[in-house]
Design a protein around this ligand. Structure first.
Ligand code: GLU
Length: 427
């Protein structure tokens, strides 16, 4: 008789995260010979900057365990980085380095027992992480009319029902999955409410450098004492597979920082040493990284806007993107014809789209929307980022990367969009 594989009820029924699953499924279908357009996983299309790769090569021999909180030199570089962006002084002691900000967010949820507030749509893993830990989450639903931004009033209305309850608010901007962001004034207004109710803000700034206008904004500038800012190499530095994420925690929240470090010491011990040495180069920045980011933003902005316009012509509604590489596409205008084709949920929509066109996207239900919501997330990243960067660098600064350029360098993304439009408009 085999041992009984009973599961902790918190993980029973849990399946691999949708972003990771769609990637593996797309690869499997591709290896079976199907032509797949991978708009599922949100992976940067751009290569890691050369100087960062070079540093990794130079440090490949680094083999010792590093301090749990991270290599001092890296923590100093991360503190300086956030200081430059937030205009708030930080020290190396306030920084924690982990194997991806995803893991650090999980540890934060583990150590802080307050009410978890998640503006929805939200990134795919925040809620499952809560579930794994046996804690509940409160969704604060936002709407396309408000560009998917949490309204200060809405936050206040919620908090004033139980003003003294400890709370943790996750705020992601530029947003995954919606591609929208907050203005500095909007962040200041949210900061006022957060301060009024002593909310801890988990400010997920992993897409901060990919604000299409090139302005890095953070709520930490107006609420430094209550904001934990996260970043990492995965999005703006093209190194998702390197798995390195960072937190900078205000001194006022030292107990949280210490608890995360203690749990980290009992779980992952420390983050890969060579990757940490290489990350110093990325967080120090410099002209080469600035130039890389300028072109990355320019390409993403041109492509995001093109898809937004094209989908709109097919009555698939998105809000114009402001940063990152996602669009949250709403097919509601096609409800009748989709129902007639037997499609009544977001999951069915994505499945049929994948089977019938090879375009892989994710349903809104993975991001906190209802099962019957006909919303979806597109990650517009299926193009050769190295070729696109090299070409964009040769196009004069104020010249738009037009449709002709996009059809040359982001051809498969444009084709995926055209396929999607043709598919939804079928009678
Ligand atoms: N953050 C990315 C996404 O939303 C990638 C992977 C992940 O979810 O960890 O697609």
């Amino acid at each position: 008789m085999a041992p009984k594989a009973d599961l902790n009820p918190n993980v029973s029924g849990l399946t691999p995260s949708a972003t990771v699953a769609i990637n593996e499924r797309s690869n499997a279908l591709r290896s079976e010979g199907m032509d797949i357009f991978k708009l599922g996983l949100g992976q940067s299309p751009f290569p890691v900057p050369d100087s960062v790769v070079q540093r990794l090569q130079d440090c490949a021999h680094e083999k010792d365990y590093l301090p749990v909180a991270g290599l001092l030199e890296l923590r100093q570089a991360v503190a300086n980085y956030h200081q430059r962006r937030a205009g708030v002084p930080y020290t190396a002691d306030q920084v924690i380095v982990g194997p991806g900000s995803k893991e650090l967010m999980f540890l934060l949820q583990l150590v802080f027992p307050g009410e978890l507030l998640l503006p929805a749509p939200m990134w795919v893993s925040y809620e499952p992480q809560a579930h794994i830990l046996g804690r509940s989450a409160t969704c604060l639903h936002t709407s396309a009319d408000q560009r998917w931004r949490l309204q200060p009033k809405q936050l206040e209305e919620h908090c004033k029902k139980d003003p003294s309850r400890p709370r943790l608010l996750f705020l992601t901007y530029p947003n995954n999955p919606t591609g929208t962001s907050y203005t500095a004034d909007e962040l200041t207004e949210l900061a006022t409410i957060a301060r009024r109710y002593n909310i801890i803000v988990m400010s997920d700034e992993i897409y901060g450098e990919l604000d299409h206008g090139g302005t890095y904004r953070t709520i930490a500038s107006s609420y430094p004492e209550g904001t934990i800012s996260s970043s990492g190499l995965s999005k703006w530095c093209g190194a998702g597979g390197w798995r390195l994420g960072t937190f900078v925690v205000p001194e006022q929240l030292n107990t949280i920082r210490d608890a995360i470090v203690a749990v980290a010491s009992e779980t992952f011990t420390s983050t890969s040493a060579p990757i940490q040495y290489a990350a110093v180069r990325a967080f120090e920045g410099g002209d080469d990284i600035d130039a890389y980011l300028v072109q990355s933003r320019r390409i993403l902005q041109a492509l995001g806007n093109w898809i937004h316009t094209r989908l709109g012509q097919a009555d698939v509604m998105t809000v114009a993107p402001e940063g990152g590489f996602y669009l949250f596409a709403d097919f509601t205008a096609h409800t009748e014809s989709l129902h007639a084709r037997g499609i009544t949920t977001g999951a069915e929509l994505c499945e049929r789209l994948l089977q019938e066109t090879g375009v892989a996207i994710l349903p809104g239900s993975c991001f906190g929307q209802g099962e019957t919501s006909l919303t979806t997330r597109l990650s517009y990243v299926n193009f050769d980022g190295a070729a696109a960067l090299a070409s964009a660098a040769g196009v004069p600064e104020h010249t738009e990367l037009d449709e002709r350029w996009l059809s040359q360098f982001c051809n498969r993304t444009l084709r995926a969009t055209e396929r999607l439009c043709a598919w939804v408009q079928q009678a």
